[in-house]
Design a protein around this ligand. Structure first.
Ligand code: NDP
Length: 388
């Protein structure tokens, strides 16, 4: 019998939706993985429970005020506990063979960069980090010999379609989008949309921020920029199509007019499994795809009048430099304000556009540059939104 090979893994954002899906797969294959670090923002209770269950070496809460509770919950376990931004980066630097970057927002950028600097495999879910840092991140990947593997279902689909193919032969890459919960809503109805309605995604079970991004279509905009960096075929070759059933996760067309697509259930454990097992395959508990039961798959063009976010993202990617980081920061502030009931749904993209219209800073050359751009753009966004 073949001996089981144990690999080490760290999960940044372990208490979130992607973190839970990843840990569910690890739970089913316990002897294949040793958990090094698990992190959260402030959910000390869940983090401590996971740390004990998986025998993690260390755990970190970004919010230091939650550290005493975390320490208390882990007393006697021998598991190291730490708090704060620096501790997060140190946890990411522990050199696990695989680090899953699943923190939400630009808050995940510094720890993701710390993981990249270890030169191992980084499984990227945290799209905002790549959108904000762009070339700074891809240059670090090359410099440190890291392997950046896409967890995001669309990019994971493209990655699978490109395997064994020459990127120079790509004619177009099409990202599919469910269209979100408001796909068929009129502008008048969108103006009244509530946070509870926005987070109720028809196909995917996700964290609140990405659910709102999905409703505004900014998620697809961020994914367009993510694809621009992961698959450098040129912005003009990147397309978006609405596909409400979320079965075809993306498509790659080659010069000979062959189009390859990846299909699967709308369950993030499928793309996560493909990364955990890469370049092999592993079992998942997901239901098999039953195309006859589905009956039909539909596709149509996006409506950028009702959902301008994809246009803003394409323009930011085209402008390059600081624009994508500004777009992301402005969006994070606006989404948080919407979720807090401070602004209307339709004001999210409108505010992002206003922040992008202000003078843009110089292109970032380092991680610190990106963090300054992110901080300053947040301040401008808050000012425009008249938030404290
Ligand atoms: P969740 O909101 O479910 O989880 C976010 C995780 O990040 C939690 O562990 C949370 O900790 C932690 N976190 C939040 N804020 C901070 C912070 N300031 N510093 C450190 N840690 C923080 O998000 P998702 O799992 O839905 O998404 C994670 C990332 O993956 C996002 O970038 C998203 O776009 C991407 N993604 C998600 C998909 C999905 O299906 N969910 C699909 C594709 C990509 P705590 O629990 O303590 O708050």
């Amino acid at each position: 019998m073949a001996e089981t090979v144990t690999r080490t893994i760290s999960i940044l954002g372990a208490t979130g939706s992607i973190g839970s899906s990843t840990l569910d797969l690890i739970r089913r294959n316990r002897d294949e993985w040793r958990v090094v670090a698990l992190t959260a923002n402030g959910n000390a209770g869940e983090l401590a429970r996971l740390a004990r269950e998986f025998g993690a070496e260390c755990v970190v809460v970004a919010d230091e005020t939650c550290l005493p509770e975390l320490r208390e919950l882990l007393s006697g376990s021998g598991i190291e506990a730490a708090g704060g931004a620096q501790a997060l980066c140190e946890a990411a630097s522990r050199g696990a063979e695989v680090t899953v970057a699943a923190i939400v927002g630009c808050a995940g950028l510094a720890p993701t960069m710390a993981a990249i600097e270890q030169g191992r495999v980084v499984a990227l879910a945290n799209k905002e980090a790549l959108v904000s840092a762009g070339d700074v991140m891809t240059a670090a990947v090359a410099r440190h010999g890291a392997t950046l593997l896409p967890v995001d279902s669309e990019h994971n689909a493209i990655f699978q379609c490109l395997a064994g193919n020459d990127p120079a032969q790509v004619r177009a890459i099409t990202l599919t989008a469910s269209g979100g919960p408001f796909r068929e809503w009129t502008w008048e109805r969108l103006e009244q949309a509530t946070p509870a309605e926005a987070v109720r995604h028809p196909n995917w079970d996700m964290g609140a921020k990405i659910s709102v991004d999905s409703a505004t279509m900014m998620n697809k905009g961020l994914e367009l920029i993510e694809a621009f960096h992961l698959f450098p075929v040129g912005l003009d070759k990147l397309r978006i199509v609405i596909h409400p059933q979320s079965v075809v996760h993306s498509l790659v067309e080659f010069h000979d007019r062959s189009t390859l697509a990846q299909l699967g259930p709308s369950d993030m454990r499928v793309p996560i499994a493909s990364i955990l097992a890469w370049p092999g395959r592993m079992e998942t508990p997901c239901e098999p795809l039953d195309l006859a039961a589905l009956g039909s798959l539909t596709f149509h063009a996006p409506d950028e009048l009702r959902f301008p976010a994809t246009r803003l993202a394409r323009e930011a990617a085209g402008a390059g430099g600081a624009a994508p980081a500004v777009l992301n920061a402005a969006n994070e502030v606006a989404v948080a304000a919407f979720l807090a009931g401070q602004i209307a749904f339709t004001h999210i993209a409108a505010n992002v556009e206003r922040v992008l219209a202000a003078d843009l800073p110089a292109a970032p050359a380092t991680l610190d540059d990106v963090l300054v751009i992110d901080r300053d753009a947040r301040a401008v966004a808050r000012e425009i939104l008249e938030l404290a």
